[in-house]
Design a protein around this ligand. Structure first.
Ligand SMILES: [Zn+2]
Length: 66
């Protein structure tokens, strides 16, 4: 189980930066490379988004359709 092992990981689209990433709804871990959900390769949602000009607000995220 990736990250905290508690939340569920689902794919979201970050609307301002237009990328799809898997996000854990419990600890806000994201996996920016969109590959294996490695327990060590995750990044915090806030850091991930701010590096790319977004924010960590959940209302910027939309469930991905695939
Ligand atoms: Zn988690």
């Amino acid at each position: 189980m990736p990250g905290c092992g508690q939340g569920s990981v689902q794919r979201y689209r970050s609307k301002p930066i237009d990328v799809h990433v898997p996000v854990c709804d419990e600890c806000e871990a994201v996996w920016p490379d969109d590959g294996a959900l490695d327990a060590l390769a995750f990044q915090n949602l806030g850091g991930f988004a701010s590096q790319r000009g977004g924010t960590s607000l959940w209302n910027e995220l939309a469930p991905a359709t695939r």
